[in-house]
Design a binder for this molecule. Sequence first.
Ligand code: DAH
Length: 353
Amino acid sequence: MKLTLKESEISQSIKQTSSIEELEIIRIKYLGKQGLVTNELRILSSLSNEEKKNRGKELNKIKNFIEQEIFEKRNYLNKKKIDEKIQNEKIDVTLPPRDYLTGKIHPISQSVDKIINIFSQMGFNVADGPDIETDFNNFTALNIPENHPAREMQDTFYIHTDEKDPKVLRTHTSPVQVRTMMSTKPPIRIIVPGRTYRSDSDSTHSPMFTQCEGLFVDNKTTMSELKGCLIDFLKEFFEIKDLKYRFRPSYFPFTEPSAEMDIAYKKVNNVIKIGDGEDWLEILGCGMVNPKVLENCNIDSKVYRGWAFGMGVERLSMLKYGIKDIRSFFETDFRWIENYGFNPFDLNSKSGI
Ligand code: DAH
């Protein structure tokens, strides 16, 4: 007896499947080894030629139809399975809402950032050195020999070791001048922001404080260049175009001639206003590098000349941000940092560096 296979019924049953397994059951039902279509095809040979031709055509058509329907449904189910998997494995990478303003940038970090920013625009590189220095780098190479009265200018923390060259907590960032000159060839153009230490503590002195050194060595360098560089720097740092300043002759063993730079200020309602006025505040030391220092660092002082400067970052910050006591920088008082700290997104660099 001839089996009737209705396309619409088969199509309906394929449509109703909801998994690859169910679909496979249907495929086996029709196209498997003992499947309905397969069995019908098998008995074709027992039919007359005419019947064979018609029935063969009919069965092939239905076979192709089923195969196509199953193929499409299988694709659909596979895609659905992958979509579901992706959906289930999705990770939410967005952060929960946060208060971005909780942390503050310390005013010293802000100032150092600003100093680096300004000097890097003038072509200076940042160099650094260790807080624990050799006596040679901190003093001797800088033309401050042992028993020289200049050593008393700085209340040094000595570190007692058995080594020949005693160690100190560096009293200034100037030893990085020595390190750099000993390890690189001129031209040298560096600034050195870093921590320094002296045994001293009151409202304007802290045993640990921050300095920024500057060093320029080349075969032609002049004092007027040094002055121009420092004037430009201070105007930019304090954001005061017509900043009133003066240079005073001074003495440092490592520079000759030496000078100190002052900026003018006045008190308005007991608050210091810098940039103008009749009083002066010392802001930095500077000078032409003493040829002896160049020679101590194996640089030919007949070929090369240099200038250098050193300034206290706390002092600069106190004046810029109106902070009265240097010790407050290091007291880690949360209310203080709330008040004097900076928003991390308040970028210093106008130039976008
Ligand atoms: N090192 C000096 C100090 O701590 C500051 C200083 C003065 C540095 C003059 C220099 C300089 O490089 O040329 O007091």
